[in-house]
Design a protein around this ligand. Structure first.
Ligand code: SIN
Length: 291
C-alpha cells in the first residue's frame, strides 16, 4: 500500500495503521497540475485519511479552492460558526473572543461521518489546523471498509438491503446539555436538517468496495425493525466499527491539513482541556447519494 510520487515533487507514505497516510513535501498554496492532483486523489482513496504536512502558507481562499477541485462544497447549517466572509469554512474552535464563541467548540464528540444526515452526504472533509493545544485534541478515524468486511455473516445477512435513518438532531440536545458550545437550532435551521435514510452498507462510488455507513452520532434507527431490535443491532454495529484494530489516531502537528473520506470512515474528536485553545478550519465536499 502506498507509493512514492517523486515525479510530482512530493511523496506519499501509507501509515503503519489500518488507515491513514501522509503527503510530504507539497505546498498546497502553490499551483498544482492536473496530473499531480490525480496522483493525490489516488493517495486519498488509498489512505482514506490523508495528512498534508506543513501547510503553514495556506490561506482560507486557497483551502476553499483546493477543496473545490474535489467537488461542490457544502455549507454547514450552523452559520454562526462560518468563517467571516467564507461560509464554505466551518470554524471548529473552543476559543471565546470578546464574549463570542468563534467556532463550534464541541464538534465531533460522537463518532460520525460528516453530513451523513443529508440526502447527498459528504465525499470528504478538509480540516486545517490553525491553533493547537499543547496536550490532547486528537482526532480518531475508523476504517469502515474493514468494519463491514469483518462483520459476522449472520449480521451481514441481517443488515443486507436495510436502511438507517440519519438525524442531525440525534445528539444535539445531549451536546447542548454537556457544555454551552452550541445554541438551540432555529426553525429555519431545523428545516435544513430533516432526517434522511441511507443504506447501512454502501458501495464506495470510486473504489467499488463496500463500507458500513452508520455511526452513533447520526444513525437514529433502522427502518422496518421494531425499536428494540433496531437499538440492539445499531449498538452492535457502533461497537464493532470502532474496534481498536480499525482505528488511526491522529496527533495533530502545526500546519497539518487532513482530508478524510466520509464515505469510508467515521471519526471522533477527543477534545482538549478547556483552558487550552484549539482552532481548525473545515471545508466539506459534497458526495453522491449513497447506494
Ligand atoms: C469534526 O468532526 O469535523 C471535527 C474534528 C476535530 O475537531 O478533530
Amino acid at each position: 500500500m502506498g507509493a512514492l510520487q517523486p515525479e510530482f515533487g512530493f511523496a506519499y507514505r501509507h501509515f503503519d495503521a489500518p488507515l491513514g497516510g501522509e503527503i510530504i513535501n507539497l505546498d498546497l498554496s502553490a499551483p498544482l497540475s492536473d496530473a499531480a492532483f490525480d496522483a493525490l486523489r489516488k493517495s486519498f482513496l488509498d489512505a482514506q485519511v490523508l495528512v498534508f504536512r506543513n501547510q503553514f502558507n495556506l490561506t482560507p481562499q486557497q483551502h476553499i479552492a483546493f477543496s473545490r477541485r474535489f467537488g461542490e462544497l457544502q455549507i454547514h447549517v450552523l452559520k454562526e460558526f462560518h468563517l467571516s466572509g467564507h461560509p464554505e469554512i466551518l470554524v471548529v474552535s473552543n476559543v471565546v473572543e470578546n464574549g463570542r464563541k468563534i467556532g463550534l467548540g464541541d464538534a465531533g464528540r460522537y463518532w460520525h461521518s460528516d453530513l451523513s444526515y443529508k440526502e447527498e452526504p459528504s465525499l470528504g472533509s478538509l480540516l486545517h489546523a490553525q491553533e493547537l493545544p499543547a496536550t490532547e485534541g486528537d482526532t480518531i478515524f475508523a476504517n469502515m471498509y474493514l468494519a463491514y468486511e469483518t462483520l459476522p455473516d449472520p449480521i451481514k445477512q441481517r443488515i443486507e438491503g436495510r436502511r438507517a435513518v440519519h438525524s442531525y438532531t440525534l445528539k444535539y440536545d445531549d451536546l447542548r446539555a454537556r457544555s454551552n458550545a452550541r445554541n438551540a437550532l432555529t426553525p429555519e435551521q431545523l428545516a435544513q436538517v430533516a432526517p434522511v435514510s441511507h443504506p447501512i452498507v454502501r458501495v464506495h462510488p470510486e473504489t467499488g468496495r463496500k463500507a458500513l455507513f452508520v455511526s452513533e452520532g447520526f444513525a437514529a434507527r433502522i427502518e422496518g425493525l421494531p425499536e428494540g431490535e433496531s437499538d440492539e443491532l445499531l449498538k452492535f454495529l457502533f461497537a464493532h466499527s470502532t474496534r481498536p484494530e480499525f482505528l488511526y489516531r491522529h496527533k495533530w502537528q502545526p500546519g497539518d491539513l487532513l482530508f478524510w473520506d466520509n464515505r469510508a470512515t467515521i471519526h471522533l474528536a477527543v477534545g482538549c482541556p478547556p483552558d487550552q485553545r484549539r482552532t481548525l478550519y473545515r471545508t466539506t465536499v459534497k458526495g453522491d447519494k449513497p447506494v
